[in-house]
Design a protein around this ligand. Structure first.
Ligand code: FAD
Length: 294
């Protein structure tokens, strides 16, 4: 008797824009649909996906957006190694850019996912695509297939045990991931969420926050990305680090912000007496527009 091979994860979902909603002055929620999204894994948390943009997606006009090579045909279901090889095979003049995002919501029953885009200023290719996304626009999403049952790929929030105390730090680009993590916390979790933003009034809310978790927004105030998060960590170290130390392995810290800042932010948390293995940190974007860590 032969058994069907397990579906690979991650794999490509060939999606179309269903709708696009301006959430705030600086955020756009794009809802993507495809029949295959019924298999998209609904793990939530900080689940990352890779978006492959149309050729010309980095330009302001939508007219010259197109698909090259194998991507000009239906590519639903192809594996990550396959699409990466295809991207590498394309001549530079036909290149497609890829960017990393978080699933803000997954609705397998409706064959839909939501991605919340922070619109950088000036815009980069992905934020530019999102700002003008219209129903029917095609975008390719590399993400997890529920049938592979792999709850680790693309998920960095992996506390050793359900945390009793948390510290979640990020900027605008981390809000969808922070929301996914907060939604997973027990109702009696304590801790702190700090979000740095250019415009704190334009941030989508952090929702479903346990009563013992405080959410603070700090203004970047035209300063270097991550600088106000650093100042906020110093305040946290003075007032709340004791509770985190007492929690031992029941404490977990998660940091995502501009790439050149995250290492120093992690060190600042560690210097308050927190073991480094309890601190996850990841660069989410780069001020020079190059791809951040993956
Ligand atoms: C795991 C993970 C999950 C993420 N999830 C999300 C998410 O859910 N939502 C979200 O909004 N973001 C998310 N991000 C961040 C997102 O991938 C980045 O912000 C991405 O770089 C945006 O792509 P872009 O093409 O719009 O901008 P990019 O071209 O990458 O540019 C990024 C910024 O750099 C600026 N820039 C470009 N060139 C220069 C230059 N020469 N000098 C100075 N500045 C310059 C751009 O104007 C822009 O402000 C995530 C990142 C990671 C790693």
């Amino acid at each position: 008797m032969t058994t069907a091979p397990a579906p690979l994860s991650p794999r490509l979902f060939d999606t179309r824009v269903i709708r696009s909603n301006r959430m705030t002055r600086t955020f756009v929620r794009v809802t993507l649909g495809a029949p295959s999204l019924r298999h998209f894994a609904p793990w939530g948390l900080d689940q990352r996906v890779k978006l492959i943009l149309p050729h010309g997606g980095d330009r302001a006009t939508t007219e010259d957006r197109s698909w090259r090579g194998r991507f000009s045909e239906e590519v639903d279901g192809i594996s990550a190694p396959e699409w990466r090889a295809e991207l590498a095979r394309l001549p530079p003049a036909d290149h497609h850019l890829a960017r990393t995002y978080t699933t803000a919501a997954v609705r397998p029953g409706e064959c839909e996912i939501d991605i919340d885009f922070f619109i950088h200023h000036p815009t980069g290719p992905a934020s530019s695509w999102a700002a003008s996304a219209a129903p029917g626009d095609r975008i390719l999403v590399s993400g997890p297939d529920v049938r592979a049952d792999d709850r680790r790929h693309g998920i960095q929030w992996r506390p050793a045990e359900p945390p009793t105390v948390v510290l979640l730090l990020g900027d605008e680009t981390a809000i969808p991931a922070i929301n996914g993590i907060v939604a997973s916390l027990g109702t009696d979790t304590r801790g702190t969420v700090i979000v740095e933003a250019d415009d704190v009034h334009a941030c989508p809310p952090i929702e479903n926050v346990p009563v013992g978790v405080t959410v603070r927004h700090v203004s970047r105030d035209r300063g270097r990305p991550g600088a106000t998060l650093g100042a906020a960590i110093a305040r946290w170290a003075a007032s709340d680090a004791h509770e985190a130390r007492v929690a031992g392995t029941g404490f977990a810290a998660w940091i995502a912000a501009e790439s050149s800042a995250v290492s120093g932010l992690g060190t600042a948390v560690a210097e308050s007496g927190i073991p480094r293995e309890l601190i996850h940190r990841q660069g989410y974007w780069r001020v020079d527009g190059r791809e951040a860590s993956r």
